[in-house]
Write a protein that binds this ligand. Structure first.
Ligand code: B12
Ligand code: SF4
Length: 392
């Protein structure tokens, strides 16, 4: 089959500060390649809708898929699915990713038959789906993770070896278009997957069932070696939970003489617990670091079940500062805040040298906050679930 693997258009922040490599879609592409299909990747963060339709008209893919990690992209992909089916009525259109996994019935309902299936869970499992779709599309809902208008299969399977497939970096056109701040161009890479904590506003742990898996240090270094970009965004939700894993990757980087600048994200308690691995990575090129703080109020931190006290968060910022890296953090603003609360947060943000991002508390499907919000959400228009609008 000819398979077109797509990432939807950029989000609001993409226009301002970053455009990152769509690793999830590259993994789908790699799985399809491995299964013997002809594959192309198209990233609508970089290419226009007109270009997408041109590819459909000229290349006639048998299957089209989209990575849907973000709610705000869902309406766009549903519209594209409908237009795709008008042009290629027999094509197989499927979607996956975090948000798709948590809203599968709604997506299928709104798409009115234009989306053949939603794949919940990981990209690595699509090899079987593609061969099944060639045989009989009416029976694919029997497969793990697959949801169609005819039913829903058993729970998705998780990849038992994260190194079996590496993202199809080489298939991504215009690779130099990816950047984050001054990291331009920047590639992305995954060291580990999942998170063992369970914060109320986050769905990383529900998506990966609270598991935490590590890639082989040599495989990571091999992938890094293949990347031409001088800068690398490490996509792990929490970097270096296991310091020995961080050291092992670092030693491989040293051994191979790889010189890159790195951006990574971690938690305050991990940073304080594993100072030596972050210091070591500073010497390897760690340049930017994001430390999730979420609140500067003890009660709020508790309500998020972050599991880190306020004083530890402040200590972590201080340690990060001492490393001489650029540090960014995030505060979650609740729509119930009054002006006084905003004033306090603003005052604090201006008093620290770190970059402080303020996002609106948005109950994303798949999170505990979404379940507790129940019917109280003011809208279900997912275009507004972009952490910049207040939807609770
Ligand atoms: C990079 C990133 C961004 C970038 C997006 C850039 C881009 N090119 O996509 C930016 C900074 C813009 C961003 C923003 C946000 N993000 Co973000 N982001 C990430 C991050 C760090 C890495 C994504 C990545 O490449 N992962 C590695 C690849 C391999 O994983 P993946 O893409 O998820 O793909 C896997 C599966 O999803 C699946 N899959 C993916 N696509 C497809 C397609 C098909 C067809 C199939 C079958 C499977 C499949 O297979 C892959 C595994 O095998 C993840 C954290 C993480 N570690 O994944 C969070 C994450 C995806 N983001 C998340 C969130 C919540 C957000 C925000 C809402 C706020 C926030 N907390 O940052 C905003 C949204 C803003 C908005 N305007 O709507 C959540 C999940 C979202 C959700 N739907 O539940 C995550 C998991 C982080 C977290 N712990 O909360 N993000
Ligand atoms: S916010 Fe971070 S630490 Fe908390 S569950 Fe999500 S990924 Fe894990």
């Amino acid at each position: 089959m000819k398979i077109l693997c797509c990432h939807p258009s950029g989000l609001m922040d993409t226009e301002i500060y970053l455009r990152l490599e769509p690793l999830g879609v590259e993994l789908v592409a790699q799985a399809a390649l491995r299964a013997g299909h002809e594959v192309r990747i198209l990233d609508l963060q970089v290419f226009s809708h007109e270009h997408y339709f041109k590819v459909l008209n000229q290349w006639h893919p048998d299957a089209v898929c989209f990575g849907l990690n973000y709610l705000a992209n869902i309406p766009e992909v549903i519209d594209l699915a409908k237009e795709t089916k008008q042009r290629l009525a027999n094509s197989f259109f499927f979607v996956g990713g975090h948000s798709a996994s948590f809203t599968a019935p709604e997506i299928l309902d709104h798409a009115q038959g234009a989306i053949d299936c939603v794949v919940r869970g990981e990209a690595e499992q699509i090899e079987t789906l593609l061969s099944a779709a060639m045989d009989d599309r009416k029976r694919i809902h029997l497969l793990p993770g697959v949801v169609t208008q005819y039913g829903e299969g058993p729970a998705p399977r998780m990849a038992d070896d994260l190194d079996r497939l590496t993202p199809a970096h080489d298939l991504l056109p215009k690779r130099r278009k990816y950047f984050i701040g001054s990291f331009d161009p920047s590639a992305s890479i995954e060291f580990t997957r999942g998170c063992p904590w369970n914060c109320t506003f986050c769905s990383a742990w529900t998506f990966y069932s609270r598991t935490y898996r590590k890639r082989n240090a040599e495989a990571v270094a091999q992938e890094l070696e293949r990347l031409e970009e001088p800068n690398v965004f490490v996509v792990d939700d929490v970097a270096f939970i296991d310091p020995q894993h961080g050291f092992a990757i670092g030693r491989e980087i040293e051994r191979r003489g790889i010189r890159k600048q790195f951006y990574l994200e971690t938690r305050a308690d991990i940073l304080l617990r594993n100072k030596d691995v972050f210091q070591y990575w500073r010497s390897l090129g760690l340049t930017f670091m994001f430390v999730g703080m979420e609140a500067i109020d003890e009660e709020e931190l508790k309500s998020f079940r972050k599991g880190v006290s306020l004083s530890r968060s402040f200590d972590a910022l201080e340690f990060a500062r001492s490393l001489g890296v650029v540090v960014a953090t995030n505060i979650i603003a609740d729509p119930s805040w009054d002006e006084e609360r905003f004033r306090k947060v603003r005052e604090w943000a201006l008093s620290v040298p770190e970059i402080v991002n303020i996002s609106v508390n948005t109950p994303y499907p798949g999170t505990e906050n979404f379940l507790s919000a129940g019917d109280t959400l003011s809208t279900r228009d997912y275009r507004l679930f972009d952490i910049q609008h207040a939807v609770p």
